[in-house]
Design a protein around this ligand. Structure first.
Ligand code: DX5
Ligand code: ZN
Length: 219
């Protein structure tokens, strides 16, 4: 079954406590936690201090680091309570392998992400080092954007690449996922769906999560 990762980015920060309770009660699998540093992406969001508080909630933390030089920070996010830590290939650059190893050494599951215009070939060398691959279906940096259609094919490509390499990381998709677009990416092979605005705008979050979980999966 498809896993669902509501993104805290779209929550009402004045009521974070009840917003996260809403995520937990909805039956979602993980809480997606978007970290932006104002360098790798224009915006700045939340860091380790807030994660430490939020991670007390009974749901695993899926930390998406949209930050430059992620290797400098993975240990702090691990200690703050992350389960998954995902870094960008474009940000980690030649330190990608070391960064992914540092994540695993810190006791977390290691994820790698590529932006829409980065080819999946850029991560071919690290398939053995990852537990999760995050395909960005929008330009990272803000919520509420439309899914970019050509990125769907990258989900297919990465799935095929993993199959050929004999590895089985979770394939996650992030950006513009809603009840209309979700099937496009699940049919292509996505197994975990991030949903920010669509989750927090849903009339009935539990129904929303149930509908995403029931999306048709690739064989
Ligand atoms: C965008 C973030 C996403 C964002 C998705 O840079 O990585 O996780 O929260 O938001 P929606 O679901 O609104 O596109
Ligand atoms: Zn994200």
């Amino acid at each position: 079954m498809i896993k669902v990762a509501p993104s805290m980015l779209a929550a009402d920060y004045m009521h974070l406590d009840s917003e996260i309770d809403k995520v937990v009660a909805s039956g979602a699998d993980v809480l997606h936690y978007d970290v932006m540093d104002g360098t790798f992406v224009p915006g700045i969001t939340f860091g380790q201090g807030i994660l430490k508080m939020v991670a007390k909630k009974p749901i695993p933390m899926d930390v998406h680091l949209m930050i430059a030089n992620p290797i400098k920070h993975v240990r702090e996010f691990a200690e703050a309570g992350a389960k998954y830590i995902t870094v960008h290939q474009e940000a980690a650059n030649f330190e990608l392998r070391d960064t992914l190893r540092a994540i695993r050494e810190a006791g977390c599951l290691a994820g790698v992400s590529v932006k829409p215009f980065t080819s999946v070939d850029a991560i071919a060398d690290v398939l053995n080092e990852v537990d999760l691959i995050l395909i960005m279906t929008v330009e990272p940096g803000k919520g509420g954007q439309k899914l970019i259609p050509f990125t769907v094919d990258k989900v297919r490509q990465v799935r095929e690449m993993c199959r050929k390499a004999g590895v089985n990381p979770v394939i996650e998709v992030d950006g513009g996922v809603n009840l209309e677009t979700a099937h496009l990416v699940t049919e292509a092979g996505a197994q975990m769906l991030v949903a920010g605005s669509a989750f927090f705008k849903a009339q009935d979050p539990a129904e929303f999560v149930k509908a995403l979980k029931a999306m048709p999966q690739a064989e």
